[in-house]
Design a protein around this ligand. Sequence first.
Ligand code: NAD
Length: 424
Amino acid sequence: MAQPDPFESATKQVNDACDVLGINDKGIRDYLIMPNRFLRVKVPVKMDDGKIRVFTGFRCQHNNDRGPYKGGIRYFDPEGGVKYMEREVMALSSWMTWKCAVVDIPLGGAKGGVFVNPKKEKLSDGELERLTRQFASRIAEVIGPQKDIPAPDVYTTGKEMTQIMDTFTKMNGNNYSPGTITGKPIPMGGSLARDVATGLGNSYCIREAAKILNIELKGAKVVLQGFGNASTFSGVYLEKLGAKCIAASDSKGSILVPDGFKVQELIDWKQKEGSVVGYPGSKEISTEELLTTECDVLVPGALENQITAAIAEKLKCKIIGEAANGPTLPEADPILYKKGIFVIPDILANSGGVCISYLEWVQNNMGYYWTFDEVASKMEVKIVKGLKDMYELSKKHNIDNRKAAMVLAVSRVLEAFNHKGIWP
Ligand code: NAD
């Protein structure tokens, strides 16, 4: 395997949390680490030219001690091939368990996907729909509103989620079951606020961190790495709290606007010009310059592995709100801790998405739908409590926030397991 094994990283994080909690029993550690079930399926699809092509799909269910499994379905073709994707899906399912537990939502962790890149392979709409429905039919026996609730992920959208829900419904005697899946379009039983959830949740975390650090958010300087869903809405909601965004980036480059820009104006510019680069009054800078710009809040909201040890040494921010998954390398964490930078780890900072998914499922189960403000305020309660609980543990054990978030999550799952025990 050419790349580092993601499931090894997930395993190490659980072991580190067990070290802090004084859990030395290997059986308990294995229980927390290993997925409950890994399903690998063959997905045969009749292509437009009449030939049959067989894809490989997965659903990994890591832990359901606290509630039904929850996690995305991605269409992806990572460099390491099918074997690597298996390990990646296992790791991601484990991280979903901890992400749900850290914000105390009654769901477990899962992840799935098909080894395919629909964009690169230029699959037609018909081919993609047949692939999606075939995959749904092959995992149908392990998913369901009270069993395992998938959601969109890399290269899947509300369209695929609707097709999965419809396939599942038809396979179950037309039993209307919108709670089979989340991330659905609003007319299909989706939730308000899902489109902004990750950035909004991150802004709640940053607001609470600023209170802890006694930082006034009015006029605080914000740097956004990436200018997609997670980072843009982090910017939009921080701006509503009075902060000023001064730098942003996308795949084409990075810009600095020392006096600040209005997020909506940069969104409009990017829509028209295809990139943040060239925004009037901005100066083009390198990725390293963007990350190390002097600011109050840094939002790494695009890619993994951005904050290396070398970058961490040079950071001049007070709070990091990790909207992206895995933007910080493990080697950087001790440096950030020593520098006193308040890191809001990804499993908490970007948990707004899964919080609203949970609330979508609750609304589906009730058959009654809340307003945007009702949904947002229910998410706020979960996220604010998660941040406070994490911070208390970091103080209690003298550990960094990332480790504290894992300790919190692992202890919550373990508590549920201890109540249930093993049966039969
Ligand atoms: P997105 O596709 O909407 O945006 C990604 C952004 O990153 C784009 O602006 C793109 O131009 C930019 N980008 C790509 N390469 C870059 C580079 N080299 N340098 C700087 N910017 C670059 O994706 P998203 O949904 O915002 O997801 C971003 C991250 O947030 C991912 O790690 C994702 O897993 C995580 N996340 C997102 C959500 C969500 O609900 N959207 C939830 C949890 C986690």
